[in-house]
Design a protein around this ligand. Structure first.
Ligand code: SI3
Length: 291
C-alpha cells in the first residue's frame, strides 16, 4: 500500500472557453506537478478542480485522465464527496477500480446536516470499497463543523484514516494532533503551512502548490528540521504571493501563472468569471515579481 503522507497539489481544472474539459491542458498540469514540482501527491476533484460545478461524467473523465497521465508516478487521492450520496458512492467505486491510492470526501453541505447524517454519509461511501478515506473538513465553505469528539467517532471506522484540515483554528488542530496521533492530518491552508507543520501534520494539500511548490517544500522541510526562522522567511514570501493571487482571483490567477510557464492551463468554469485583460496583466506582474 502506498504511503499517503507528504505534499499534494490540489489539481486545477483546465477548461476551454465553452466550459468543456481541456484534456491537453489538464495533462500538462499533471505532468508539471510530477516532473517539475516533484510533488508527493495529487488531490484530484477538490475545490481547486472546480469539481462541485461538474457533472458525474465530467468528474469521472477527469479522474480517468489523471490516472492515465500519472500512472504510478505519484500518490493519487480522489475527492468524491457530493451532497448526492449515490454519486459519491459511485465515484468512490470508480476511482478505486481505477487504482487510486485513497479517496476523500467533503462533508455534505448546503443543508444543515446533523452529525449522525454526516456519519452515515461517510460510512456509506466507504462501505463497499477497499480503500482509505480522508475526510475533507472545510467549515468556512461548507458551514459544517465537526468537533474533536465527533471526529473520534468517525475515526472508529478503520477505513477513515485521516482528515484534510482546512480551518484557521489551530487550537483545534493541536487538539486533533494530540487526540489522534495515528491518524493522518493534512493542512489545507497554504498560507499556514509553517505553523501547521510545527504542530505535527503529516502533509498538506493546496492549490498554490501548483505554482509555488519549491517554496512549499522548503517551508515543510525547514520546519520539520526545526529551522523555524528560515522557514518563516519563505512563508512570508509565500504569503505575499498568496495575497496577490487571492486579490486577483484564486484559481484563474494560478492558471495564468502556469500559462506564463508554457502550460495550457485553460479557463475557469462558469459561473466563475472569464479572464479580463486587467486580470491577465496583473498575473504577468505577479509572475515577474515572484518567479
Ligand atoms: O482543492 C482542494 O480541495 C483543496 O485542497 C483546497 C485547499 O485547501 C485550498 N482551499 C481552497 C478553498 O481553495 C487552499 O490551497 C487555498 O486555495 C489556499 O490556501 C489559498 O487560500
Amino acid at each position: 500500500m502506498r504511503e499517503l503522507k507528504g505534499l499534494y497539489s490540489a489539481l486545477l481544472g483546465a477548461f476551454h472557453e465553452d466550459g468543456s474539459i481541456n484534456e491537453k491542458g489538464l495533462r500538462q498540469i499533471i505532468r508539471h506537478n510530477i516532473d517539475h514540482n516533484k510533488m508527493d501527491g495529487l488531490y484530484v476533484g477538490g475545490s481547486t478542480g472546480e469539481n462541485f460545478m461538474l457533472s458525474t461524467d465530467e468528474k469521472k473523465r477527469i479522474f480517468e485522465i489523471a490516472k492515465d497521465e500519472a500512472k504510478n508516478d505519484i500518490t493519487l487521492m480522489a475527492q468524491v464527496g457530493s451532497i448526492n450520496l449515490k454519486e459519491s458512492v459511485e465515484l468512490a467505486k470508480f476511482v478505486t477500480d481505477l487504482g487510486y491510492d485513497a479517496i476523500s470526501a467533503v462533508t455534505p453541505f448546503y443543508y444543515k446536516f446533523g452529525f449522525e447524517e454526516v456519519r452515515h454519509y461517510y460510512e456509506t461511501i466507504v462501505a463497499d470499497v477497499d480503500t482509505r478515506m480522508v475526510i475533507y473538513f472545510i467549515p468556512f465553505l461548507t458551514g459544517v463543523n465537526i468537533s474533536v469528539e465527533q471526529f473520534a467517532k468517525l475515526f472508529e471506522n478503520k477505513k477513515i484514516v485521516g482528515v484534510k484540515f482546512t480551518q484557521g483554528d489551530f487550537y483545534v488542530l493541536e487538539r486533533m494532533r494530540r487526540a489522534f496521533p495515528d491518524k493522518l492530518i493534512f493542512a489545507g491552508f497554504d498560507e499556514m503551512l509553517l505553523p501547521a507543520t510545527v504542530l505535527g501534520i503529516d502533509g498538506a494539500i493546496g492549490s498554490t502548490y501548483n505554482v509555488n511548490a519549491a517554496r512549499a517544500r522548503q517551508i515543510y522541510d525547514l520546519a520539520r528540521a526545526n529551522r523555524i526562522a528560515e522557514a518563516l522567511e519563505v512563508q512570508h514570501v509565500t504569503n505575499d504571493l498568496i495575497t496577490d493571487i487571492l486579490d486577483n482571483g484564486l484559481y484563474g490567477t494560478i492558471k495564468l501563472l502556469l500559462e506564463e510557464q508554457g502550460i495550457e492551463a485553460g479557463c475557469c468554469r462558469a459561473p466563475m468569471k472569464a479572464y479580463t485583460p486587467e486580470m491577465r496583466a496583473r498575473a504577468k506582474e505577479i509572475y515577474k515579481k515572484y518567479f
